[in-house]
Design a binder for this molecule. Structure first.
Ligand SMILES: NC(=O)c1ccc[n+]([C@@H]2O[C@H](COP(=O)([O-])OP(=O)(O)OC[C@H]3O[C@@H](n4cnc5c(N)ncnc54)[C@H](O)[C@@H]3O)[C@@H](O)[C@H]2O)c1
Length: 265
């Protein structure tokens, strides 16, 4: 990691910020990018000489190209790309309009597609590097039904990342997929609610500090590990689902019906 150059999207807050810090602590130089100029500037400032800020909306190919050019100008190369931005549309599926779906897909999925278009040619030319895509435990398991655009795009991020690993690892480039459970960040700012609302649904695991997750990401890159989970409980649920998807869904559906009949939903 020493002297590696990392680009992190959505690095002005939460998991992206913590990962930028973890990578910098291990000797990397980090291009701290965020749609929010002040946040990107603050975090880059925290990293001192190891950080540089860039405003970058992941829905803009031009912004991502400008980040690549800045990284090359300032640091001469790119080694690690962390695609980390995620937003949510929450509510009953029949109340979430098409343009909300399109926005979530544009940010959560196509943001990574754009990044691949911009950064993979560099990494492929080098024959080295590492891509980290932030999905979620909601990319592995359904967690209720109140945030379907998020769940669908995060599942897509997991699928994209697995395929990317098959393509890139034989070419010397590592791929990791971060699937966090609850982390104490500003993620609720990224939620748009529709219809009769309830909070986003997630796993029943302890909420982690982002610093812990940043360290797990840095370890995952160093160890060239594909799946980075933040809660071991998820492993058990994945095994349950893998053994029999129908039985797993039946259990969840029973829980939903019980919640409805007790009126607590
Ligand atoms: N916090 C959790 O519990 C949790 C759980 C699972 C997955 N995740 C995922 O982790 C990732 C990071 O989220 P976080 O929890 O750190 O949230 P956060 O809100 O603390 O940080 C997200 C950052 O992304 C920036 N951003 C928003 N839209 C952007 C855009 N279009 N382009 C560039 N930057 C943009 C925001 O300004 C913010 O600084 C997301 O992909 C999220 O889905 C979070």
């Amino acid at each position: 990691m020493h002297n590696a150059v990392a680009v992190v999207t959505g690095a002005g807050s939460g998991i992206g910020r913590a990962t930028a810090h973890s990578l910098a602590r291990r000797g990397a130089r980090v291009v701290v990018t965020d749609i929010d100029r002040d946040r990107a500037g603050t975090v880059a400032g925290e990293l001192g000489e190891r950080g540089v800020a860039a405003v970058c909306d992941v829905t803009s190919l031009d912004d991502l190209r400008a980040v690549r050019d800045l990284a090359l100008d300032r640091f001469g190369r790119v080694d690690v790309v962390m695609n980390n931005v995620g937003i949510l549309a929450v509510g009953p599926v029949e109340d979430i309009p098409l343009d909300a779906w399109q926005r979530v897909i544009d940010v959560n999925l196509l943001g990574i597609v754009r990044s691949n278009l911009v950064f993979l040619p560099l990494l492929l030319d080098q024959g080295s590097g590492h891509v980290v895509n932030t999905a979620s435990t909601a990319g592995l398991l359904p967690y209720g039904f109140g945030q379907m655009p998020y769940t669908a795009t995060k599942h897509a991020v997991v699928g994209l990342s697995e395929s990317l690993a098959l393509y890139l690892r034989p070419r010397g480039i590592g791929v990791s997929c971060l699937c966090p459970a609850g982390v104490a960040t500003n993620i609720l700012e990224q939620v748009t609610f529709y219809g009769e609302t309830s909070p986003p649904q997630g796993p029943d695991t302890p909420v982690l500090d982002p610093t812990t997750v940043g360290e797990l990401v840095a370890d995952g890159i160093t160890d060239n590990r594909f799946l980075i989970l933040t809660a071991p409980e998820i492993d058990d649920e994945l095994r349950e689902r893998g053994a029999d998807v129908d039985a797993y869904l039946s259990r969840l559906i029973k829980e939903v019906m019980q919640t409805r009949s007790t009126g607590s939903d």
